[in-house]
Design a protein around this ligand. Structure first.
Ligand SMILES: Nc1ncnc2c1ncn2[C@@H]1O[C@H](COP(=O)(O)OP(=O)(O)OP(=O)(O)O)[C@@H](O)[C@H]1O
Ligand SMILES: [Mg+2]
Length: 323
């Protein structure tokens, strides 16, 4: 069991980046670092955590949770669509096939919620009834379950600070962002993935409210599910046990992700501009515990990790065969 003491002890060892010059040039997104080797991508989930589109610190074991959760889901969904996973070399490292990423993010929503400009609730509450080219009925309430899950794609933001823009299926085809036969396949596959995800999440006591998928094409032009799947970073998980009651009372449902951290920053007057305040240990512990809890509930397995050596050292050892 990873308790408070272990988490605090590991704060100085949290993985901020993984630099292995022998693997070549390190690339990095907000959360992952990666190295490219032939047609392979060595995808390393670090412990970095972002909010307001910025990296704001590192949470021990968060990277391992994200990577191992993706592994779990890739295995549980490979009958629906092929995915990029070749193997897991370390709790934080997945070896994947490098694909040509499609320039859209495929968001599937089973519930109407959210406050940002791309979210359904925001736009519905501002009076729109045709959103992402989909018609919504009158009288919907925030956080209500939709009759059927819907696909609300966005174009992928390019460059730092870029924002994803909403787009309709029609525009995706018109702008030739995705070939028509591939888009048709994506629409089918995305709904199936979401249904599978919802079923398994329900067994763990969660509602999968919405999620984001990324797809790519392999060298033969075949569709591949890439990036991460059904993690708290790409998805909104709600607690099943409290949802109904909170929804009925018109109370906000609790988001099982980095909400605790976002709130702490907001309470300290930080919303993404300037130098962020340093996260205190008790918030780091809370967030780390939450990630571990989500992992354990979704997979029905205990989260285990080798604590005998520092994490970065363990990762380098795990990758030694590739160096
Ligand atoms: N198999 C794959 N082939 C090509 N690209 C991939 C594959 N799997 C993941 N990626 C890309 O690798 C990156 C992973 O890094 P990370 O998730 O940290 O980035 P991000 O901060 O979410 O987004 P970005 O930097 O793309 O705005 C993403 O850009 C993702 O699209
Ligand atoms: Mg990402």
């Amino acid at each position: 069991m990873i308790d408070k003491k272990i988490i605090i002890k590991n704060i100085p060892n949290a993985i901020d980046k993984v630099n292995i010059p022998k693997l070549g040039k390190r690339n990095s997104g907000k959360v992952r670092d990666w190295y490219l080797k032939d047609n392979l991508r060595i995808l390393i989930a670090t412990d970095r955590i972002s909010a307001f589109d910025r990296v704001l610190g590192a949470i021990p074991f968060r990277g391992a949770v994200l990577n191992l959760l993706s592994k779990f889901w890739f295995e549980k969904t490979r009958d629906i669509v092929q995915n990029h996973m070749i193997g897991v070399l370390d709790p934080n490292v997945m070896l994947v096939s490098d694909c040509q990423a499609l320039p859209v993010e495929v968001i599937v929503r089973g519930y109407i919620t959210g406050v940002t400009s791309t979210s359904l609730w925001r736009r519905y509450s501002e009076g729109e009834r045709i959103i992402y080219g989909i018609k919504f009925p009158e009288g919907l309430i925030k956080n209500q379950k939709l009759k059927k899950p819907v696909i609300t794609p966005t174009t992928r933001a390019t460059g730092p600070g870029g924002h994803d823009e909403p787009i309709t299926a029609k525009e995706i085809l018109k702008q030739k962002l995705v070939p028509p036969n591939i888009w048709k396949q994506i629409e089918k596959v995305a709904i199936k993935l979401f249904e599978r995800g919802s079923q398994i999440a329900a067994n763990g006591g969660f509602i999968l409210a919405d999620t984001k998928y990324e797809f790519g094409l392999d060298k033969n032009g075949k569709l591949v599910l890439i990036d991460e799947i059904h993690t708290p970073d790409s998805s909104r998980f709600w607690l099943k046990s409290t949802y109904k009651q909170k929804f009925k009372k018109g109370e906000e449902v609790e988001n099982y992700d980095k909400e605790v951290m976002r709130l702490w920053f907001s309470e300290h007057g930080y919303t993404g501009k300037g130098k962020p305040p340093k996260l205190p240990n008790d918030i780091i512990v809370k967030v780390a515990k939450r990630y571990i809890e989500v992992y354990e509930k979704l997979t029905a397995e205990q989260f285990k990790i080798d604590l005998s050596i520092p994490q970065k050292e363990r990762i380098t050892n795990s990758l030694s065969a590739l160096i």
